[in-house]
Design a protein around this ligand. Structure first.
Ligand SMILES: C[S@@+](CC[C@H](N)C(=O)[O-])C[C@H]1O[C@@H](n2cnc3c(N)ncnc32)[C@H](O)[C@@H]1O
Length: 352
């Protein structure tokens, strides 16, 4: 295929998956036409197979959904499985409508370079939207690497992920642990806001920690400690002894259901039993980590899931079994910002 064909095939596949389980009983070409009508503003497939509806392809999503429900086998409530398992703060209708659009690409600008990034994007004629002092949104596929003068001035980080930084509230000189650090997105957010923090990063995967090292190097961060820890294999005391931290970030492995707007193939493929398995893993990891939290200090629990069992369920477990009290928890509703949806909670270790 040529580049244009590949783009078309990719677009059809993405739109098809965005429909999740809805219209699963129809013939495949009709499913594609429904998906195209729903997710785009121009489509030869929809024009051919849904000629009566096609004039409404520019209508708001709510109207397109109503038309499809009236005239085709498409059923809105069948798009997303497990609507009954959503966290309390998720608006089910807005959330499902959000799945029909690809979220934007978000940048977090390093505070001291923000003005340079904005000026460079403007000079390069890039179409972008400012979402906050240090956040910009761009259409997906914007080729940032080709623009000179930007490297090291920003991080690619989803809007909701950036919002989790509001929960940190660290102080200079404190010692913090990012216990599921991955490639370091939350660690970089922490250190950009609180450069005086002493940081330990850990993850079960050495390979992802090498990515973290590269990102830290590009950001000019040299002073941090790193360990490989798998919370299902070892008691953390074997690696950390009795070390206690002033703050712990715990961005746990999860279903990723808040990010399915970017990976819509997951909508129909996801198995309900996985929620229970993730919940059990999250409780196990959290139970190990909090042994290293000083009394009066915060655990920042984060997921990119929209399921209650992975969110409020784990918070309740920590309150009931591990002497933590809940200061604040919030579902970060990405669908208001063309972003992912996430969950964050700030829990404080009780003083004995
Ligand atoms: C949501 S990702 C972390 C993303 C990262 N905090 C960021 O902002 O870029 C979860 C991480 O948990 C790690 N993980 C999964 N199971 C684990 C386990 N049993 N012990 C330790 N880390 C684990 C994964 O390797 C993954 O990097």
């Amino acid at each position: 295929m040529g580049a244009k064909d590949r783009r078309m095939a990719s677009r059809l596949a993405y739109h098809y998956f965005r429909m999740g389980n809805a219209a699963g009983q129809s013939e495949f070409p009709l499913q594609l036409a429904i998906a195209e009508f729903l997710c785009s503003e121009e489509s030869t497939v929809a024009e051919l197979l849904l000629p009566a509806l096609y004039p409404a392809i520019h209508a708001p999503l709510d109207e397109k959904v109503a038309l499809l429900e009236k005239h085709t086998p498409f059923r809105f409530l069948e798009v997303f499985p497990l609507l009954d398992q959503l966290s309390a703060g998720i608006d089910p209708r807005r959330f499902v409508l959000g799945l029909f659009e690809q979220p934007d690409l978000f940048l977090r600008l390093r505070p001291r370079y923000a003005a340079n990034v904005i000026a460079t994007l403007e000079r390069a004629g890039i179409d972008f939207r400012r979402v906050g002092d240090f956040t910009v949104a761009l259409p997906n596929g914007t080729a940032l690497a080709r623009i000179p003068g930007l490297a090291g001035n920003y991080e690619v980080q989803d809007y909701s992920s950036q919002q989790t930084g509001r929960f940190f509230r660290a102080s200079s000189g404190e010692s913090w642990w990012d216990a599921c650090a991955g490639a370091g997105g939350k660690s970089l957010l922490l250190l950009d806001s609180y450069p005086g923090v002493q940081l330990l990063v850990s993850d079960m995967r050495g390979s992802i920690l090498r990515n973290l090292d590269e990102r830290f190097q590009a950001a000019g961060i040299q002073s941090y400690r790193q360990k490989i820890i798998d919370f299902t294999k070892k008691d953390t005391a074997a690696v950390l002894g009795r070390e206690q931290f002033d703050g712990i970030i715990l961005d746990v492995p999860c279903s990723g259901s808040g990010t399915w707007g970017r990976t819509p193939e997951m909508i129909a493929a996801f198995q309900a039993g996985a929620i229970r398995r993730f919940g059990a893993l999250q409780r196990q990891i959290a139970g190990q980590v909090v042994k290293h939290l000083k009394p009066g200090k915060p655990l920042i629990y984060i997921t990119c899931s929209v399921f209650a069992e992975e969110n409020e369920g784990v918070v309740r477990y920590l309150q009931d079994h591990h002497h933590l009290h809940l200061e604040h928890m919030e579902v970060l509703q990405g669908y208001h910002h063309r972003a992912d949806s996430m969950f964050a909670a700030r829990l404080i270790m009780k003083r004995l």
